[in-house]
Design a protein around this ligand. Structure first.
Ligand SMILES: NC(=O)c1ccc[n+]([C@@H]2O[C@H](COP(=O)([O-])OP(=O)(O)OC[C@H]3O[C@@H](n4cnc5c(N)ncnc54)[C@H](OP(=O)(O)O)[C@@H]3O)[C@@H](O)[C@H]2O)c1
Length: 277
């Protein structure tokens, strides 16, 4: 039986990804921050799929301590790992900080996953077809990396600017990961505009309203999970690394700031420093 870890599996695209993998007979570790919600989601998926292999485990990507505790428990309690899906994500309109003092969106969407991937890499590499799947967003194409914004609020906080930056960091991380660890198939993706609560949980009233008005135009979480599932399981992707795929599973060209090798290396080294790895 193959094993996947899906971060943020308690909701939205992660929930749909976990559901599809469980239905295909995978063991799925549902790694999410709220234990009660995660437990409920696992029960719901067991009911929907008939799978007994949905394992909820607590992971708060806004805390390096929690990421390390999760990795330790996983490595002690579980045996294999074939696919790591870095899916969890946050959008917030207001400036917030992680436990370790980072701006919340770069902290959760990038640094938490950077550390998680580092801690699980050795185990992942033991799989005969190891895969890393990173859920980014088309928003990254307008992103810019500004190292000075990682810890401090600079001027007026713009939630979308921080979100776009974090999603560009996802792509740079994937490309650099593919370069450094060619034996692990690593790709990233845009899932589409998906009907989930992401833009309503920590948003100001007008973003919240805008997202709700957009809702009828958005695709279902099941459709939004398709590219993650494709990159995690399709035989033709084995060994094809460093790509960015759209919601129709098409590989897309990278925009200049996403193929900036020097920036990818700097971000990687900076992330190693802050994660103390
Ligand atoms: N929806 C879209 O249109 C869209 C478009 C492009 C990209 N994406 C990306 O798709 C991914 C999934 O988002 P979604 O739309 O499915 O949103 P969602 O329904 O809000 O799901 C996000 C998941 O991430 C979890 N999460 C948030 N902060 C966390 C933390 N500190 N530690 C651990 N887990 C945390 C959430 O937990 P809680 O439920 O406890 O908050 C939830 O399980 C994100 O990376 C997002 O950037 C979404």
């Amino acid at each position: 039986m193959k094993t996947a870890i899906v971060t943020g599996a308690s909701s939205g695209i992660g929930f749909a990804t976990a559901k599809a993998l469980a239905a295909q007979g995978w063991r799925v570790i549902m790694a999410s921050r709220n234990p009660e919600k995660n437990e409920r989601a696992a029960k719901e998926l067991q009911r929907l799929t008939g799978s007994g292999e949905l394992i909820p485990m607590t992971l708060d990507l806004a805390s390096f301590r929690s990421v390390r505790a999760f990795a330790k428990s996983f490595l002690e309690q579980q045996e294999g790992l074939d696919v790591l899906i870095n899916n969890a994500g946050i959008y917030t309109s207001d400036f917030q900080k992680t436990e370790d003092g980072f701006e919340m969106q770069i902290g959760v969407n990038h640094f938490g996953h950077f550390l998680l991937t580092h801690l699980l890499r050795e185990r992942l590499a033991q799989s005969e077809d190891p895969r890393l799947v990173v859920v980014s967003s088309v928003a990254h194409i307008q992103g810019q990396i500004d190292f000075d914004s990682f810890r401090e609020e600079k001027g007026v906080y713009k939630g979308f600017r921080a979100y776009r930056q974090s999603k560009l960091a996802n792509v740079l991380f994937t490309v650099e990961h593919a370069r450094r660890f060619p034996d692990i198939t690593a790709n990233c993706l845009h899932p589409g505009g998906v009907r989930t609560p992401i833009a309503t949980k920590h948003s100001n009233w007008y973003t919240n309203l805008g997202w709700r008005l957009l809702t009828p135009l958005l695709i279902s979480p099941e459709r939004g999970a398709r590219t993650s599932l494709f990159l995690a399981t399709a035989p033709e992707i084995k060994g094809q690394s460093g790509g960015y795929y759209d919601d129709k599973q098409r590989k897309r060209n990278l925009v200049p700031q996403a193929r900036d090798e020097e920036m990818a290396r700097r971000l990687w080294e900076y992330s190693e420093g802050v994660c103390s790895v």
